[in-house]
Design a protein around this ligand. Sequence first.
Ligand SMILES: NC(=O)c1ccc[n+]([C@@H]2O[C@H](COP(=O)([O-])OP(=O)(O)OC[C@H]3O[C@@H](n4cnc5c(N)ncnc54)[C@H](O)[C@@H]3O)[C@@H](O)[C@H]2O)c1
Length: 296
Amino acid sequence: MLSIDLSNKRALVAGVADDGGYGFAIARSLAEAGASVVVGTWPPALNIFNNLLERGKLDESRRLDRGGMLEFERIYPLDAAYDTLADAPEDVRTSKRYKDTGDFSIDGIATRLVADFGERPLDIVVHSLANGPEVKKPLLDTSRAGYLTAVSVSAYSMVSLVARLAPLMRPGGSFLSLTYMASERVIPGYGGGMSSAKAALESDTRVLAYEAGRRHGVRVNCISAGPWASRAASAIGIIEKMVEYVSANAPLSAPLAAPEVGAAAAFLSSPLASGITGTVVYVDKGYHAMGMAVQS
Ligand SMILES: NC(=O)c1ccc[n+]([C@@H]2O[C@H](COP(=O)([O-])OP(=O)(O)OC[C@H]3O[C@@H](n4cnc5c(N)ncnc54)[C@H](O)[C@@H]3O)[C@@H](O)[C@H]2O)c1
């Protein structure tokens, strides 16, 4: 039978801090397919995540259909706003949640991966993180700083991850990021430059696929996921409305479930997708195909 086989592969999923988001669902699917999984967690969320794990609060969602539990081989601190530790301002480096974590930059996670697992530690990298401090503000009211932070954390971070990690990938390596349709159609309420960041992320998917494909032989793809009430999405303030709207208007009206994104991510990260790179794949119950709202 044709199956997704990721045994003997290691995946880094950047952007996991609980069991409520796409990153966790993707990590779980990769583990279902046999991959070992390390995660990168934002330092302000690291303690809470470790506590949830230690207290067994995530045990139910960590249980795998194939038996056993989703185990994280490592949980690395990662603030994707910084390429090197020296880029982080002094007040961040010395603040309560950062000071004892060691090097939390993108360069830092690359160095730790090599120290822990050798020169070629990775097969799969998933970028499942975003942050727009002014996401609740219309673009027209967004400050330059808010806009640039959204693009820096949510889009440039992918460029930086590919630049630093592609040379560490084993043959057949795959990068994947998560975007949202607000990059190409207006979603009122998805503000703060986050729509701009997602547009950049999608365009960069194509350019990175070409450049890193030629230079390192890796693939770079992106999933455009439908709305899901994760912790990050709840910060937008209108996520329930977005989920309901898509259910009411998409070709498939059952609400999107995070494991559906996880399964697509496992496929795209697997050797079965060896011919696919530079693409944005919709996992949104078909909503992107609609040109008119369904009359109730
Ligand atoms: N939830 C949705 O409706 C939806 C739809 C389409 C795309 N997406 C995308 O999916 C991805 C995952 O988001 P999610 O909605 O599953 O929420 P989530 O809360 O599970 O994931 C976002 C993660 O980003 C982390 N993060 C924030 N700033 C960071 C930084 N500077 N460095 C490192 N990590 C940082 C957070 O700690 C969190 O773990 C994001 O790219 C998001 O834009 C989400």
